[in-house]
Design a protein. Structure first.
Length: 263
């Protein structure tokens, strides 16, 4: 456990909790570094197959940048706080992560907090969740991938409507817009997130990584034929050489659950 975050391992599942509830789980450089270290552990451990990220307490997933801390540091030193190389929350610039990450959004997800959620593969939202990219209201812009990801994940005019007003979007509207995967009663949030993780864990981890890598790398490739035929996907190649491609059909034929090796 770190000072600003908590981690929990449950078999092949890794749960990361942003732990600054007194400031709505807003992040300063030290918290960002802890989260980056946690995602390094997830990425580097072959026995960890799925991650869930959530926020401590009942009010916030993350309110984004700790603007008060940043203002104090700028006033004292003139220096601009540094974000880890892998991005805000140690995730928003982690483009090489092929393992799946679920955001369990338990409350406010604003600015960088929303950008962390958008960088995840699945967003499960409490019915108390609230999303926004309000940076223009304080003279900033959503520079941790929010402008690029939101405009790719929902219709452009809907995304521009959110980003050009900084308005707050409740969980149900987020689901209707398409960036939220599922909305559940607040008290069932982590149970639901774990159920989604369990469904992923029932699949071959090699297949899941190949699926994520192919989807993400082909999103902006012009033309279906080029995306399908002419790009190199290392995770897909690894799948074709893995034990899982033998175990899956064998388990199906023998009418039993597969014993995935993840290699």
């Amino acid at each position: 456990m770190g000072e600003y975050s908590k981690t929990e391992r449950d078999g092949h599942l890794f749960v990361i909790t942003i732990n600054r509830p007194e400031v709505y789980n807003a992040l300063h450089p030290m918290a960002n570094q802890e989260l980056s270290d946690a995602f390094d552990e997830f990425a580097g451990n072959p026995e960890l197959w799925v991650a869930i990220i959530t926020g401590a307490g009942d009010k916030a997933f993350s309110a984004g940048n700790d603007l008060k801390y940043h203002a104090e540091i700028r006033a004292k030193t003139g220096a601009r706080p540094v974000t880890p190389p892998k991005g805000f929350g140690g995730l928003t610039s982690r483009f090489d992560l092929d393992k799946p990450v679920i955001a369990a959004v338990n409350g406010v997800a604003m600015g960088g907090g929303f950008e962390i959620a958008l960088a995840c593969d699945i967003i499960i939202a409490s019915d108390r969740a609230k999303f926004a990219l309000p940076e223009p209201r304080v003279g900033l812009a959503a520079a941790a991938g929010g402008m690029q990801r939101l405009s790719r994940q929902i219709p452009l005019k809907k995304a521009m409507g959110m980003m050009m007003t900084g308005r707050h979007v409740l969980a149900q509207e987020g689901f209707e817009l398409g960036f939220v995967t599922a909305v559940v009663p607040h008290e069932r949030l982590m149970q639901e997130a774990r159920q989604w993780a369990q469904q992923i864990l029932e699949c071959s981890p090699m297949s899941i990584r190949a699926t994520k890598q192919v989807v993400m790398r082909s999103l902006d490739v012009p033309g279906l034929e080029l995306a399908a035929r002419n790009l190199h996907y290392p995770a897909f190649d690894a799948l074709t050489r893995s034990d899982d491609t033998i175990e899956g059909p064998k388990a199906f034929a023998e009418k039993r659950k597969p014993n995935w090796k993840g290699r």
